[in-house]
Design a binder for this molecule. Structure first.
Ligand SMILES: Nc1ncnc2c1ncn2[C@@H]1O[C@H](COP(=O)(O)OP(=O)(O)OP(=O)(O)O)[C@@H](O)[C@H]1O
Ligand SMILES: [Mg+2]
Length: 279
């Protein structure tokens, strides 16, 4: 039982064996008038190498803010982020790529150019770029659409270009901020299953922000439930359901129990967030 974890995923490779550890993070957004908005307070959590961690919490609780701090785009007001190797020693930051909440594609660039944008910035030669882009587009079922423009694609296809653009960088860590939030329910379901296959086969460290309990359980090894703003970690829940997981998983007793547990925690927090919005 050394190559395979209980969840059916192979053990992570040593190359990407860097854990991201957040300690006591706090961040307040300064606003023009009035007191600063405290987005995060005392957030401590760890993202293990080769694992998928889902972050779920009420709207405005600081999920995207947390992701931006992890990515290194935002300095926390308090606390710190550390990157630790398997022996617990400090390491440099792993490479990361993000799929943002909105599609963020360049409308004037083709699918292939959009997907290869990061590689071009990194100075990767054209032939190599083309090879890697085609591979990434095939992984998200977009082979044959290389020369289309974003406006010629459906929402689901556009988001898959966003995913390919991140995958093509072959990052150690994939950050996904509500990647399917803007899609219709059916497209979302199909993409969730595709993403589940992808994380199962690539064994990447991934952090997935989502509003969907189903998405969190289908994709994650661990779910972090956040409180209403100021965002704190309310609970850390392990998902031990065997992989591969898919829509059929939602009928399993383990799934239903986890769903209830997460929903119970979230319902109180969402109600609290709604009350503070109304006040
Ligand atoms: N650039 C900013 N300037 C000021 N306040 C901000 C900024 N970005 C976010 N905030 C505030 O910080 C809080 C947390 O925002 P954040 O976007 O991290 O929440 P979220 O959990 O990702 O929400 P959602 O689920 O709606 O995406 C919110 O109250 C938001 O209004
Ligand atoms: Mg957000």
């Amino acid at each position: 039982m050394n190559a395979t974890t209980t969840s059916g995923r192979s053990a992570p490779s040593s190359k990407s064996g860097v854990a991201i550890v957040a300690k006591d993070l706090g961040l307040a957004w300064a606003i023009r008038q009035g007191t600063p908005v405290v987005a995060l307070e005392g957030v401590s959590c760890a993202f293990a190498p080769g694992e998928v961690t889902a972050i779920i919490g009420p709207s405005g609780c600081g999920k995207s803010t947390l992701l931006q701090i992890v990515r290194g785009f935002l300095e926390p007001g308090t606390g710190s982020i550390a990157y630790l190797g398997p022996d617990g020693s400090a390491r440099s930051a792993p490479s990361m790529a993000t799929v943002w909440q909105s599609f963020n594609l360049f409308p004037w660039l083709t699918v292939e150019e959009n997907a290869g944008f990061g590689l071009e910035l990194a100075g990767v030669a054209k032939a190599e770029r083309q090879r890697r882009v085609r591979e990434a587009l095939a992984a998200v079922d977009l082979a044959g659409f290389e020369s289309k423009l974003p406006r010629q694609l459906s929402g689901g296809m556009r988001q898959r270009v966003g995913l390919a653009r991140a995958l093509v960088m072959n990052p150690d860590v994939l950050l996904l901020d509500e990647p399917f939030g803007a899609l219709d329910a059916q497209t979302r379901l199909v993409l969730q299953e595709q993403l589940a296959r992808l994380v199962e086969s690539t064994r990447k460290t991934a952090i997935l922000v989502t509003h969907s309990i189903e998405e969190a359980i289908l994709l994650a090894d661990k779910v972090l439930v956040m409180t209403a703003r100021p965002g704190r970690i309310a609970a850390e829940i392990k998902v031990d359901i065997p992989r591969p997981r898919g829509h059929a998983t939602t009928g399993h007793a383990e799934y239903v129990a986890l769903f209830e547990q997460i929903y119970g925690l979230l319902r109180d927090e969402v109600e609290r967030a709604m009350r503070s919005e109304g006040s």
